[in-house]
Design a protein around this ligand. Sequence first.
Ligand SMILES: [Zn+2]
Length: 138
Amino acid sequence: MITVNITRSEATCWCPLCGIQNVTDTAEINECEHFEGLISMNEFVEGDKNGILNEAYEAAYNLQTFNEEFDGTDEEYREAYVEACKKHNVNPDQQNISAKDILESKLNDHYVLFYMGSWAPNPSEGIYLYNLQTAAEE
Ligand SMILES: [Zn+2]
């Protein structure tokens, strides 16, 4: 997966291939064949056409919960966590594994993720996923 980091606070997003505005300034979603969907504020999955974002979001959530419940001493628990991380190809020593980390380890370079965010006073964060090689172009 190719990741492009963009610093800005607007939620709007345009498809890099066909130019459709996939996310309007009122957060409406317009589909195109390339847009897979988005995750806003690491919390809300929108327009997830093929279920890729929900799957990554849930995997990250489960790993975070798993890790939070670890008391730091139970070796079997730690091993189970390391195994769960291996399944998703993410580093068990990393704190706060996100959906973005899961997607980065899972998707090939036919996918591009725009990671948009800005700092206070208007903090925002969104990941916008595109599949640049759709069935019509394969
Ligand atoms: Zn498009």
